[in-house]
Ligand binder design. Sequence first.
Ligand SMILES: [Zn+2]
Ligand SMILES: [Zn+2]
Length: 253
Amino acid sequence: MKVTFLGTGTSQGIPVIGSNHPVCLSSDFKDKRLRVSVLIEWDNYIYVVDCGPDFRQQMLKVNCKKIDGILFTHEHADHTAGLDDIRPFFYRQGNIPIYAKKRVLKSLRRRFDYIFTEENKYPGAPSVEQHKIKNKPFTLGNLEIVPVKGYHNQLSVYGFKFNDFAYLTDIKTIENEEIEKIRGVKVLVINALRYKPHESHFNLEEALDFINKVNPDTAYLTHISHLLGFHEEVQSTLPKNVFLAYDNLQITI
Ligand SMILES: [Zn+2]
Ligand SMILES: [Zn+2]
């Protein structure tokens, strides 16, 4: 299985528009972060988790020619706003499968009504195939995917376990029984926003505590704010099996 980090930044991305913060002005490519998403490939399957406002740019960057589906963690714009840009895939492949919980599908139907409408559909609008997921395993291609439920302030969000790879973002609290699902996984991805606590995201300390509980071989941090600091400086402070992810990083599991 190959995983490509398409974006590793928090909701505004890095640099933040108009910001003079030193991290936003950094020339290190690792300090430039699009909105979070990962591309996951195994056998001949290609899936994307989340489809934020940078989706088009991200698909061009990796020269992605087809996708078998999109999994949504939750409905926030930084994870969903790029849905219109599935059009090139739709024109070549037909309806694009999307996987999300009921509340998220409802939100997408409201915000992208022209994609979901069955009547008087505008020519050129894409269509999707909706798959409602619950907190139990489901199949993608030849693989069983295990949803992992966490809370983003009050909002329930899903992470996903693909065999030995677990991807969770926008988590602030998570119950022990959900942690059990991913304990000892080979590679864990988890959100770490900044140093200061935040009401809906793990800060660095909370993310490191969570990593200790899950006890993966290797962990990568994502959904990073410019307030966390320069990539190289923060990386040098982390435990030896914990890495800051960066855009276009590829790992094989
Ligand atoms: Zn987010
Ligand atoms: Zn969010």
